[in-house]
Design a protein around this ligand. Structure first.
Ligand SMILES: Cc1cc2nc3c(=O)[nH]c(=O)nc-3n(C[C@H](O)[C@H](O)[C@H](O)COP(=O)(O)OP(=O)(O)OC[C@H]3O[C@@H](n4cnc5c(N)ncnc54)[C@H](O)[C@@H]3O)c2cc1C
Length: 320
């Protein structure tokens, strides 16, 4: 007699009890700026830092973990993300101001941190209003805009390591370089303290308005995009730096399409979901740009957008 087949256990049944929320087979496309990508096996929204620490300490070591912010720098592949995707929600969005320092949870939007700074008369954090992500994403990416980056303002950041132990990292410990942070990839930021300097509210607001106008002018901000696709390459032996967008422009990238993906006409380091793109279309279009730039200029463009998850077999399209 054949043994009856046991129904496969879903990953969610192996996860430790938490105060936050698990969602099985959770669609991710709707939470990403590109609006593409497959589901996560499980999305976990921790109630607070303690809940997240206890989850990390107790979760099975073989389960892959991925933390995301508001996915403004992410391409989620069409086959989805295996394991648990951690999203920091309500328990991580508090922002307070004390003297010249703003303390923000890692799930807080950069733009909200900029507003709290303005209301407290703290200047120097206006650049955050130009980055559409969270404080956690800004720490991981050393996010920056209009002449300032996180490296210039972070005093310290709190993070949990893969086993849930809490660490307080000072600026040196964060190891920030251009769009990069040296902290282990499996550590999760939970909060940061950012230092500005005394300023007048009206002047701070003016600077934020200038940034908003400059962004409107130069970036396709009302589209489905992931922001700058490639990091600007480091200067060559001649000491000259290249801008990724210039190289892309010079290889005929502006407006280039693949399936439903397109290189922005306004800013050609931005890729767009022009309607019905798959993640594979977007990734393949990016790879085509890298290939052309390498062939013509010998320069390797490195992805600034983080690509996560697995491809779906058979996806793709032709470059037009
Ligand atoms: C229209 C547009 C304009 C943009 N302009 C700029 C700009 O001017 N300057 C700029 O720097 N960026 C810009 N970006 C890119 C993006 O907003 C930034 O990289 C931002 O910091 C990402 O934050 P996020 O919360 O969306 O992170 P996600 O995109 O969700 O994640 C990005 C990376 O950060 C990691 N991460 C997220 N949260 C945490 C956490 N709590 N702990 C550890 N790791 C974490 C993720 O694992 C992932 O590797 C732009 C994007 C768009 C769509």
């Amino acid at each position: 007699m054949m043994a009856a087949l046991k129904p496969a256990r879903h990953l969610i049944d192996r996860l430790p009890p938490v105060r936050g929320r698990y969602t099985a087979d959770a669609p991710l496309a709707g939470v990403t700026w590109f609006r593409v990508g497959g589901p996560a096996d499980v999305v976990f929204r921790p109630a607070d830092a303690e809940d997240l620490a206890q989850f990390l300490a107790a979760q099975p070591a073989d389960v892959p973990l991925t933390v995301i912010g508001v996915a403004s720098n992410l391409l989620v592949r069409d086959g989805g993300v295996p394991g648990v995707v951690i999203r920091l929600g309500r328990g991580f969005v508090d922002i307070t101001a004390d003297g010249e320092v703003v303390r923000a949870g890692a799930g807080a939007l950069d733009g909200n941190a900029a507003l709290v700074a303005r209301d407290a008369g703290i200047a120097g954090l206006e650049f955050l209003s130009g980055i559409p992500g969270t404080i956690g994403g800004a720490l991981r990416m050393n996010g920056g805009a209009y002449g300032k980056e996180m490296k210039d303002v972070v005093v310290h950041a709190d993070a949990l390591d893969a086993r849930g132990n809490r660490h307080n990292l000072d600026l040196a410990g964060l190891g920030f370089t251009y769009r990069h942070c040296a902290v282990a990839e499996d550590w999760i930021f939970i909060a940061a303290s950012l230092r500005g300097h005394p300023g007048e509210r009206a002047a701070i607001q003016r600077r934020m308005d200038e940034i908003a106008a400059a962004r409107e002018e130069s970036q396709p901000i009302r589209t489905r995009t992931g922001g700058s696709t490639f990091a600007n390459p480091p200067p060559g032996p001649d000491g000259k730096g290249h801008k990724a967008w210039e190289l892309i422009d010079k290889v005929g990238g502006r407006g280039l399409r693949r399936g439903g993906a397109m290189v922005s006409e306004k800013h050609c380091n931005f890729l767009l979901n022009a309607g019905d793109a798959s993640a594979a279309d977007i990734e393949a279009l990016g790879e085509e740009l890298r290939r052309r730039v390498k062939e013509k200029f010998g320069v390797t463009l490195e992805w600034e957008i983080r690509r996560i998850g697995v491809p779906r077999a058979g996806a793709g399209g032709d470059v037009a």
